[in-house]
Design a protein around this ligand. Structure first.
Ligand code: CS2
Length: 423
């Protein structure tokens, strides 16, 4: 093996190309420069068709509180639909491919064994082919999803799908790397395409809107080549967990609380939720509880929550709560439940309990109003939300988060539902 250096070029394969990957990880890869990028969609082929039709280029609108900065990101060589498993396997078996980044969302890590619908199963096929091709160059799998120990979770998910021989080979040839990613990326608004066209001339069917803030902290464990992400301000660390917990519990935790409590209170966007007196008070409460579980100096946490509040208040970003409300059954167990447990139970964590209660209240309202809840467990949620008796309904909904019947959280959530701010 030649001496690996981050500045060597190579190919990066990205799985799960949506708005976030394009505002964050792929933008950083563009700034790092020099690498070839092949991306795969999460599921549908729509994004692949749209991006390929415009040569892989897309417009990035960085939407500050006062103005937009618009640029064209030109880093993607090809985009394939997730269903193109053969191409992925061929690319992973090629020694030029040195890094795989993933934004497949929380639920993507529990997608099972069918390569047609599971990214970990597809990666397993690719690694088997890489071993069979005799490739010795290490490959790094970098998770960029909102999970604690996301590299660990990814490694487990891939190992579970590997044959015995590739499992043995894995340790010497594959680095599984955790990373903390952060850049709020709402769905693009109707005017975004025109904004890109006016500023750059690019006719863009899939423009990206994002905020000025961006942060990427990556575990410093690459044996092989990787892009020079330092050029994009990326930090490398030996202690990723503290960065992950800070972001998941303070940013994502507050997001989840606002997504449900805000909608229950009758507002639609993050900036409206943080400006709502009672919702904001709940966010403050949740922050106080989450902060007490984080091994970081108070001054650093103060600076972080002050900056977060400003980001949430960005009046031009128009981040809809419904975007964040998706997939609650996989987000709450990462964002809220660990804090409740670490605080010693629901009584010591009323702000986190409010986040859970806002979810049970919101899904109940939504199901009863005849709307679908976007979630991998949408059918179970719909069935549970229809239960008449409050305790039974809350018990059934919390069971979907892994909470046992009779847990003290059930009574706490049932009581908190009644106290949530309403219009
Ligand atoms: C949000 C995240 O969808 C969600 O649940 O909390 O997408 C959030 O905007 C990003 O993690 C910000 O980095």
């Amino acid at each position: 093996m030649s001496n690996p250096s981050p500045s060597d070029v190579g190919r990066l394969v990205h799985l799960g190309i949506g708005n976030f990957a394009r505002s964050h990880t792929l933008h950083a890869t563009a700034v790092a420069g020099g690498w070839s990028v092949v991306a795969f969609t999460g599921r549908s082929a729509t994004m692949a068709d749209a991006l390929n039709a415009q040569g892989g280029k897309y417009g990035l609108i960085v939407r500050g509180p006062e103005q937009d900065e618009v640029s064209i990101v030109d880093v993607i060589d090809e985009v394939h639909p997730a269903s193109d498993v053969d191409t992925l396997v061929r690319l992973l078996a090629d020694p030029f491919t040195a890094v795989v980044t993933l934004t497949i969302t929380e639920k993507g890590y529990a997608a099972g064994s069918d390569p047609a619908t599971s990214a970990p199963a597809r990666i397993a096929l690719g690694l088997k082919a890489r071993r069979e091709a005799g490739v010795t160059e290490p490959i790094a799998l970098v998770s960029c999803d909102n999970l604690t120990g996301n590299g660990e979770v990814l490694g487990q998910a891939v190992l579970a799908e590997l044959d015995e021989e590739t499992k043995v080979w894995f340790g010497d040839h594959v680095d599984v790397i955790s990373s903390m990613v952060d850049r709020i990326t709402p769905s693009a608004d109707d005017g975004a395409a025109q904004t890109v066209r006016d500023a750059t001339g690019l006719v863009d069917a899939v423009p990206v809107v994002t905020e000025p803030f961006t942060e990427w902290v990556i575990e410093d464990r690459f044996r092989g080549r990787r892009p020079e992400w330092e050029k994009a301000g990326v930090q490398f660390t030996d202690d990723i967990e503290v960065h992950e917990l800070r972001k998941l519990r303070l940013l994502n935790g507050a997001h989840t609380l606002m997504a449900y409590a805000g909608q229950v209170a009758g507002v639609e966007r993050v900036d409206e939720a943080i400006a709502h007196r009672e919702v904001r008070a709940l966010v403050e409460q949740l922050w106080a509880e989450a902060r007490s579980t984080l091994p970081l100096p108070a001054a650093q946490l103060d600076a972080y929550t002050t900056a977060l509040e400003e980001r949430f208040r960005n009046p031009r970003l128009a981040d809809n709560l419904i975007r964040i409300a998706a997939d609650g059954s996989v987000k709450l167990p990462v964002r809220a439940l660990p804090v409740i447990a670490e605080r010693g139970g629901p009584e010591q964590a009323p702000g986190e309990v409010a986040a859970v209660a806002a979810w049970t209240a919101w899904v109940t309202d939504r199901v009863r109003a005849g709307h679908e809840v976007q979630d991998p467990k949408s059918a179970e949620i719909a069935a549970a939300a229809g239960i008449e008796d409050t305790t039974e309904r809350v018990t059934a909904l919390l069971a979907l988060l892994g909470v046992a019947a009779g847990d003290s959280l059930v009574a706490a959530v049932a009581a908190e539902e009644r106290r949530l701010p309403r219009p």
